[in-house]
Design a protein around this ligand. Structure first.
Ligand SMILES: C[S@@+](CC[C@H](N)C(=O)[O-])C[C@H]1O[C@@H](n2cnc3c(N)ncnc32)[C@H](O)[C@@H]1O
Length: 162
């Protein structure tokens, strides 16, 4: 799996752990990047979530309907600039989960990606999150389906990252 990240300290359930830092790219720019190893796709499905729809009324910039940013979707690329979060591997039974967080602006299409602890994490445990790829939905530049085996070692491992 290459490099990974372990915690030195005990991390209590629910704690904020770190942000996924990198270059913010429009989806179309992200797709042109030669490497997708460190891309975190933010997605643009926040308008579809009924629970979120109620809260959308509280965000001033969303009152005039979707903007060009909403149509585009964004990704964070940590290939050239980033922090240690880019070395966190995928697991089919992860101990971290990402959340979209708005704290210094109210543009819902480009939230900060913050990781929180799914459970109490003991010292020296490897940190992981679910990369959430859809199997057979990742393509190379020629349009062929890409496949990558998963080595997370979980008893619930699906066998493929994508
Ligand atoms: C964001 S990087 C994680 C850090 C990476 N291990 C490294 O050495 O830089 C994502 C890449 O790590 C590898 N990786 C992460 N989790 C994996 C897993 N469960 N099974 C196989 N490869 C994994 C894959 O090559 C993936 O494209």
């Amino acid at each position: 799996m290459g490099w990974g990240v372990r915690t030195l300290d005990f991390i209590p359930y629910g704690s904020f752990v770190c942000e996924y830092i990198g270059e913010l790219l429009k989806d179309e720019e992200a797709q042109k990047r030669k490497s997708d190893e460190y891309l975190f796709a933010i997605g643009k499905n926040y308008h579809d979530v009924p629970r979120w729809k109620a809260q959308i009324k509280t965000i001033p910039s969303l009152q005039n309907g979707p903007t060009e940013d909403d149509e585009n979707g964004f990704a964070v690329d940590a290939l050239n600039q980033g922090n240690f979060a880019r070395f966190i591997n995928h697991s089919c039974t992860p101990n971290l989960y990402p959340q979209n967080v708005l704290h210094d602006h109210d543009n819902i299409s480009m939230p900060h990606i913050m990781f929180f602890a799914y459970e109490d994490i003991p010292p020296l445990k490897e940190l992981s999150y679910d990369y959430n790829y859809e199997i057979d939905k990742v393509y190379d530049s020629d349009g062929n389906i890409k496949m990558k085996p998963c080595f997370c070692g979980s008893t619930e491992c699906t066998g493929r990252l994508y």
